[in-house]
Design a binder for this molecule. Structure first.
Ligand SMILES: CC(C)(COP(=O)(O)OP(=O)(O)OC[C@H]1O[C@@H](n2cnc3c(N)ncnc32)[C@H](O)[C@@H]1OP(=O)(O)O)[C@@H](O)C(=O)NCCC(=O)NCCS
Length: 181
């Protein structure tokens, strides 16, 4: 799916939300590794990443041409500072469900990028014909939960042993969903 939008952030800087493409592979890999070391809210750690820029290039090329998937990036001052995406499964019984994920460089939190990327993914998921967007979020991730709730995403369950953090032990996961039609 294709997506492109220019926005102005809370700090008055311009930000471009667009598809990440094959040529972005190294930068997208870098931001993936950075976000996975900056927070304990994601589902894996930086040192667990097994893919390289060549794999990333193919991944992004496939995403760009997929009808029902999208992988977006936020570009500020010519640099990719965050990514978000929507995935789905093909089987008939579950093809109405879109899965959402997002990660932004900590230096760029709190200025509107998360909201813009989330809104863009919701738009893409609707355009792709999904009827529900779903995500799981660590219950301590208050800014993410506030963001999702403000966009109409609602909690439908909790898994007290969703993740085991290297640092904190069990992390509770909140399951959330947004009906799209
Ligand atoms: C969660 C995350 C995506 C939010 O992105 P962001 O760019 O900081 O968010 P925004 O600046 O667009 O803020 C959106 C909303 O989030 C909430 N929010 C942001 N920062 C917050 C904070 N420090 N405290 C409470 N709420 C906060 C607010 O509701 C805000 O809305 P508002 O601007 O109207 O007040 C970002 O912090 C991130 O990438 N975190 C690490 C990875 C992660 O946790 N991913 C989610 C996994 S489910």
């Amino acid at each position: 799916m294709k997506y492109v939008k220019n926005i102005v952030l809370k700090n008055d800087k311009k930000c471009l939300i667009r598809n990440a493409v094959g040529d972005d592979a190294q930068e997208v890999l870098n931001i993936f590794l950075l976000t996975h070391e900056q927070t304990d809210f994601l589902s894996s750690y930086r040192d667990e990443a097994t893919f390289d820029a060549a794999f990333e290039k193919q991944f992004l090329t496939d995403k760009e041409s997929a009808d029902r998937e999208v992988y977006l990036c936020a570009v500020v001052d010519g640099r990719i500072v965050g990514t978000a995406g929507v995935d789905g499964k093909g089987e008939n019984k579950v093809r109405h469900r879109a899965e959402f994920g997002i990660g932004i460089d900590k230096d760029f939190w709190g200025i509107g990028i998360g909201r813009a990327l989330t809104a863009a993914c919701i738009e893409c998921a609707k355009d792709a014909g999904y009827s529900q967007l779903e995500l799981e979020v660590v219950s301590d991730n208050s800014s993410a939960i506030a963001l999702y709730k403000s966009m109409g995403v609602v909690e439908f369950g909790r898994n007290p042993r969703g993740f085991i953090s290297r640092f904190l032990g069990w992390q509770e996961l909140v399951s959330m969903r947004l009906e799209l039609n």
